[in-house]
Write a protein that binds this ligand. Structure first.
Ligand code: NAI
Length: 339
């Protein structure tokens, strides 16, 4: 019984983390004591491409670090208390940010703006000062606004490099594959779906027509699937009944994206995944940040792929996505300008 579950655990770990030759990579988690931060730190401790893990939170990070550090992988783990942010950021190449408040029942991601905007701005400002060349992976919501906040804060400090700032939209991609696979009756690995746009409700646009299994889903089943991918987070918020939003699946998604970036930084070619970055795709419409397939390389963003052919339904989804996304981005920018 034990042996079988151990084998299953190893198999799923090898699916999450491929093993390539590692270089020295120090990764920091800001918000490591939280619902996402704790399991994310554990998963990053198991990632063979992470050689050093720096865990920071205003509450509880040294405890999480002591706990996680006993896991028998090679990386070193250090925890930093509230007044040790600068030390936590020293020498890091990758910073993952799940710091901030999560949604409760009835809240949208935009409702989190007032609290999370200043948390993310202050963390970005510290990164710009201490580790200005680090790659920054933003999990804190609303991602459509927090990524522009990070970009504008770094730009104000004169250290913004658009190839190194990412909004983590991987949970939308993970959900799309899982839900589509459930309908098609196949393994989720076979039902990978490109999800573009942003990371909230109508700004999440799954390109089901580009997937072998997604393209045969039509009518009411299609409408329900799109809605579930866009609003899957609400299922978790409701089921947790006031205790927060997705943490475990988000930690999985965050670790998956971090691993993809580390593979790219290590020189592996062809690492392509959707992520929310500064993008030329809809710049003409005044939208500077957009999620689409991005090739990750030694300097972060290597190539931003266009969307490819869209179905009539996807064109409509894009029409709903773009104005909302534009508003969210402008709100983030305006916040930094007025700070
Ligand atoms: P949580 O409340 O369990 O944890 C947040 C942690 O951030 C806490 O430990 C808190 O002490 C810490 N924190 C607060 N201010 C901080 C600061 N200035 N510096 C460092 N740490 C600080 O929340 P949870 O569930 O972990 O969610 C975190 C964020 O992730 C939320 O904004 C949530 O909306 C977002 N999220 C994003 C998803 C995505 O797909 N990108 C999916 C799910 C959640």
């Amino acid at each position: 019984m034990f042996a079988r579950s151990a084998v299953r655990a190893l198999t799923s770990q090898s699916r999450l983390f491929s093993t390539t030759v590692a270089r020295q990579t120090k990764v920091a988690v800001l918000g490591a004591g939280g619902g996402i931060g704790q399991p994310l730190s554990l998963l990053l401790k198991s990632d063979p491409l992470v050689t050093s893990l720096s865990l920071y939170d205003i509450r509880g990070a040294p405890g999480v670090a002591a706990d996680v550090s006993h896991v028998d992988s090679a990386s070193e783990v250090t925890g930093y208390a509230a007044d040790k942010l600068d030390e936590a950021l020293e020498g890091v190449q990758v910073v993952v940010i799940p710091a901030g408040v999560p949604r409760k029942t009835g809240m949208t991601r935009d409702d989190l703006f007032n609290t999370n905007a200043s948390i993310v701005r202050d963390l970005a400002s510290a990164i710009g000062r201490v580790s200005p060349t680090a790659h920054i992976l933003v999990i804190s919501n609303p991602v459509n606004s927090t990524v522009p906040i990070v970009a504008s804060t770094l730009a104000k400090a004169g250290v913004y490099n658009p190839s190194r700032v990412f909004g983590v939209t991987t949970l939308d991609v993970v959900r799309a594959a899982r839900f589509t696979a459930g309908i098609a009756g196949v393994h989720p690995n076979e039902a990978s779906i490109t999800v573009v746009g942003g990371h909230s409700g109508a700004t999440i646009v799954p390109l089901l027509s580009q997937s072998k299994y997604g393209q045969s889903i039509k009518g009411e089943v299609y409408d329900k699937l799109v809605h579930r991918i866009q609003f899957g987070g609400d299922e978790v918020v409701k089921a947790k009944d006031g205790a927060g939003s997705a943490t475990l699946s988000m930690a999985y998604a965050g670790a998956k994206f971090t691993h993809a970036l580390l593979r790219g930084l290590n020189g592996e070619k062809g690492v392509i995944t959707p992520t929310f970055v500064q993008s030329p795709l809809y710049k003409a419409q005044g939208i500077d940040f957009f999620s689409s397939n991005v090739e990750l390389g030694v300097d972060g963003v290597e190539k931003i792929y266009p969307l490819g052919p869209l179905s009539v339904e996807e064109e409509k989804l894009m029409e709903a996505c773009l104005p909302e996304l534009k508003k969210n981005i402008e709100k983030g920018r305006a916040f930094v300008e007025s700070s």
